[in-house]
Design a protein around this ligand. Structure first.
Ligand code: FEO
Length: 169
């Protein structure tokens, strides 16, 4: 496999683990506010990000590529109100989409059809990730700014449960 693609795949393990860290930080922020539903939502999100990292790692292992684990950055976002993490999450997902698109672009250039096929799952996933993040913002703006509305949203987010990703082998 093209060295540049292998490096980008390796980097993506780190980026996905950073995403898990960022979402854990958000989960902690909401936990401190006793918004347990929002806290749960981002805890589940962190678990999904860890899965994404493992999917990249496994793909590298299965292709005989050497994985180099690197230090994960400390999450350094500052949250000043209930809306901040929601906005930062949406921005972050758009950034992740750009990373996936970049690997896809390199794979396409290199005629690395296997990696393109592997990445297809992530291309679809990023559409869902952006959509969910935008919905979180919009619903907060619509309903979350009075106490009862926020309470009901928080209750709803309490119901989110982790499910392992389904990927065609
Ligand atoms: Fe791993 Fe939220 O994308």
């Amino acid at each position: 496999m093209n060295e540049k693609i292998a490096e980008l795949l390796n980097d993506q393990i780190n980026k996905e683990l950073y995403s898990a860290y960022l979402y854990l930080d958000m989960s902690n922020y909401y936990d401190d506010l006793d918004l347990d539903g929002y806290s749960n939502y981002y805890m589940v999100q962190a678990q999904e990000e860890r899965d994404h990292a493992m999917m990249f790692l496994k793909y590298m292992q299965d292709n005989g590529l050497k994985v180099t684990l690197k230090a994960i950055d400390k999450p350094d976002k500052v949250f000043e109100n209930v809306l901040d993490p929601l906005v930062i999450a949406a921005e972050h997902e758009r950034y992740v989409t750009s990373l996936i698109n970049n690997i896809y672009h390199e794979a396409h250039q290199a005629k690395d059809y296997r990696t393109m096929k592997f990445l297809d799952w992530f291309v679809n996933e990023q559409m869902e990730e952006e959509d969910s993040a935008d919905t979180m913002i919009n619903r907060y703006k619509l309903f979350g700014q009075d106490a009862k509305g926020l309470y009901l949203l928080d209750q709803e987010y309490m119901a989110r449960v982790y499910t392992a990703p389904t990927v065609a082998e």
